[in-house]
Design a protein around this ligand. Sequence first.
Ligand code: GLC
Ligand code: GLC
Length: 803
Amino acid sequence: MRYGYFDDTAREYVITRPDTPLPWINYLGNDGFFSLISNTCGGYSFYKDAKLRRITRFRYNNVPADDGGRCFYVCDGDTVWSPAFLPAGTPLDSYRCRHGMGYSVFEGRKNGVSASLTVMVPMGVNLEVQKLELTNDTDQAKTLTVYGAVEWCLWNAVDDATNFQRNWNIGEVEIEGGTIYHKTEYRERRDHYAFYSVNAPVAGFDTDRDAFLGQFRSWRNPKAVEERTSCGSIAAGWAPIAALRLNVDLAPGQTKTLLFRLGYVENPADRKFDALNVINKDLAHRMMQDFSSEAQFDTAFDALRAYWAGLLSRFTVHSGEEKLDRMVNIWNQYQCMVTFNMSRSASYYESGTGRGMGFRDSCQDLLGFVHLIPQRARERIIDIASIQFADGSTYHQYQPLTRRGNADIGSGFNDDPLWLIACTCAYIRETGDFSILDEPTPFNNEPSTEVPLLEHLRRSLNYTVTHRGPHGLPLIGRADWNDCLNLNCFSLTPGESFQTCSNFESGKAESVFIAGMFVKYGAEYAALCDRIGLADEAADVRRSVQEIENAVLSHGWDGEWFRRAYDAFERPIGSQLNDEGRIYIEPQGFCVMAGIGGADYGRRALRSAVSLLGNEFGLEVLHPCYSEYHDYLGEISSYPPGYKENGSVFCHNNPWVILAFCAVGDGNGAFDLYTRQAPAYIEDKSEIHRTEPYCYSQTIAGRAARTYGEAKNSWLTGTAAWSFVAVSQGILGIRPDYDGLVVDPCLPDHMDGFRVSRVFRGTRYDIIVRRGAQKGLVVDGRPVTGNTVPLTDAPSCSVTLTI
Ligand code: GLC
Ligand code: GLC
């Protein structure tokens, strides 16, 4: 069943009831100020870093799960209701939530009053603006009391949730008219504060949570709201909030609009104060002035919509398949932006307090983003490379605010370095900007260690070449892409990290997956070397590629599929020799994409993958699932069968298999797998799938699970980028390359063709692909041999490919 529908014209998903199986969320903000917002208006905001600069509080493990966030109450006679249903939870006469590109709209109606609440983070401002329009649809005058409230987080989200002996003493606010300033720790080392205000006179306020809520209550039923009053409380420690109360009189038919503004301000260290402990509010005043009228809001809203329309127009398809078009043209690209911005840090499943930006995650996210804003991709590549060590290994994660590698988790994930080659090559193919290779880039962010980025790529590659095991395959280290295959960590201590305990450094455990990556990205690196005149280096690299390819052919092929790894005792994993975990998905994707063993091995591996791993939502990570814990395998066997890495459909790796199908020219196989998990295609199963039908989730419980088909961990997954690569570059076959745009589709039999409009290096390519007798490529009316549309300086170019 469904809980809403796609409105493709508006680029919105319209949720028609508040009781979605899980909170269905959206992301606001593109650069500095970010907000998560659910279909009942829950969620939280932060500036750049969800751990270090959390603006509003979110309670993990809360019941009910999605309470709080943005708290609006409309008091009308005896009834108190919320325009987005929560927090009041009063049943509404009608409800809709429209999640759009960077904004969300909530439309609630109760007892003849309609509310429309539009929430956005305007472009280039550190502010969330909430426009609340209230209309009296009755023929009686209405006298409403309206509240808007948020709960502040004391900035560092980890301290906020743990260090209460300090926290309950430090909360401070300042009040100026109807504006509440949150200035905890501003008196000492912070130079930033937040504010919440409304563009109309307030009748009262509260800044102390417990005064506002009252004893034994929650955000569902604050005492002040019940009494239609405010206490004028001034927070001193405990939990500071901003709760504003307004009187709103509405004549029959009348509409009134209020603008609530949640802002974040940084001041220069020498201009922090106006007087002793009185904060300098100049910037906040300016921000409020800029968003004090409906017209200003509407202008910013139009600008936001225009921005997204422009971005998404860089790649559009018309295929005759409605669901394919809406994924490609809207939601998949939108999710690519979100994963680029967030990596795996902040969602309803990622707490924002743990992992910051992942090295491999961000490299892969970039693959689906680079065509949107290449300049931001360029900056990101340099940031990522800057956490690499001189020996080519790298920190696994870094915090976005400090850009420092995360020492808790450290390094030793042996696939990481190769992803840097993948994303840098993708960037250069997209932009033609070889100058990035000369960019001075430090190791471990240490000044004066800068070397050209190319040297980082070289060391990445060498790291694999020089870290090989008994079969000549790459060593796996703490884990490769599959974080849970921990072959050198024999953990028996509860709570210990499966990845970092590294207590059995065998120097033997090997990864066939990394071998596949090396063959693919080593070849890409060699091709890059050729382009920049490093023919000798290219030849050397090709020799290493050949060696590792041979190692896979001798020790990585299991007869009907590729093996996964060798453990610390040199025993194969992902083999018919095993009882459980006999086949894994990752090497079937990567080794086939890399062309190891040619189309013959490729087809056999894919046939095995589909028949053994396939379910209606895609291909499971492995089969059969591990039924008990094995210390020599690690976290993978810690999950109950069918969950996460132990045999769910771990969506991220399915697009690799789609691309593998394309590599062997099997369009039907590619398309079938694509449609098993593309969210728009499974919208009708929302009660089973449970997560948002407009974005990919990380994991869908496998056949062995008790809740087969149930997805978890929506939004922040490499599935977004890889699915976009798989559909745009594999199935539709539009691939940026050094010398031009390749058009090489791999369509299912039932598709007769499509049209794509794609901006590439400043030219808009209008591409028609169709079936016909007269095969070949025609560019601006002239036949061209091969599949590459040559580069041009013209603003537009029309291309027809007949297949
Ligand atoms: C998560 C991690 C990613 C890893 C994957 C498989 O998505 O963020 O880095 O590759 O799990 O374990
Ligand atoms: C990845 C995996 C998850 C594991 C984590 C460890 O996110 O998906 O299962 O717990 O890595 O860091």
